[in-house]
Design a protein around this ligand. Structure first.
Ligand SMILES: [Ca+2]
Length: 275
């Protein structure tokens, strides 16, 4: 089938499947079906309906396999000779501009004139990461679950690290990155996630949330923590997830920050990228 054929098929396959009935799944947070976007054979983007936001939110960070449906030559590179480019890992080495372009492509080619895909706003991100609660960390109360991907004992480097081993020195497959109570994976750790919000009046810098495999300081793991970088910046520890809303709603326009934002993290999610 040629490329046009796949695009048509992909749009036709914008489908839903009930959360209930999935073997072993947690209790669904709503009776509304997941939104499943078929990007290619065996490549499906799954979004969960979040009633508190009236939005579908990506269940996982966008993977390399999914991003390559948009940009086939994309290479997430490696860090210390550890691959970041496996199909199941989150796409990194993507700027805010790249992530936004992916969302626009998704709307045009798979939105079926029904859905607008975009990056989450910072407040939306904080709401779905905390499951609508006033929790400090995305895993809720208690110790960090071992399988959430932060910087811990699995790393041989000497220095500050978490006193636990999640088994992954760099970004892990998105389905291995730990889920919160709403069934959203990787909202804490794995990779930082671009948000739609500008962090300056001119819109040159964009907000990041969630920390990554390269972070261990408790401060950075908090839901309230934010960072920001220029819209063309890329890193081995920055990726993104998408949200979707019906096109019948007014499209959310990108509005530059009107007031001086809270101080951003001085921490740089700047793990070097090796192409
Ligand atoms: Ca993440």
């Amino acid at each position: 089938m040629n490329k046009r054929g796949w695009l048509v098929l992909g749009s036709l396959c914008l489908a839903v499947s009930l959360l209930a009935g999935l073997a072993g799944c947690r209790k669904p947070i709503s009776d509304v079906a997941d939104l499943v976007v078929k990007l290619a054979p065996k490549t499906k983007l799954r979004l969960v309906y979040i009633p508190a936001l009236k939005l579908y939110v990506g269940k996982y960070e966008v993977t390399n396999k999914e991003f390559r449906c948009f940009r086939p030559a994309h290479n997430s590179g490696a860090h210390q000779q550890l691959s970041l480019n496996e199909d199941s890992q989150p796409a990194v080495a993507v700027s805010w501009d790249d992530a936004s372009a992916f969302c626009e492509w998704l709307t045009e080619t798979h939105g079926a004139k029904r859905w607008q895909f975009r990056l989450p706003r910072e407040q939306e991100w904080a709401t779905f990461a905390a499951c609508g609660q006033a929790t400090e960390y995305p895993w809720g109360a208690g110790a960090i679950p071992n399988h959430w991907n932060y910087f811990g004992r699995e790393n041989p480097e000497v220095g500050q690290k978490l006193d636990r081993n999640d088994g992954y020195r760099v970004a892990c497959p998105v389905k291995k990155s730990g889920a919160n109570a709403w069934g959203l994976f990787g909202v804490g750790g794995n990779v930082w996630e671009w948000c739609q919000d500008a962090d300056d009046a001119e819109g040159r810098t964009r907000v990041l949330k969630g920390a990554s495999w390269a972070d261990c300081a408790a401060l950075f793991l908090k839901i309230s923590r934010r960072s920001s970088y220029t819209a063309n910046y890329t890193s081995a520890s920055i990726g993104f997830r998408v949200v979707a809303e019906p096109l019948s709603q007014k499209p959310t326009r990108d509005v530059p920050a009107k007031t001086k934002p809270a101080p951003s993290s001085s921490h740089a999610p700047d793990a070097p990228i090796e192409q």
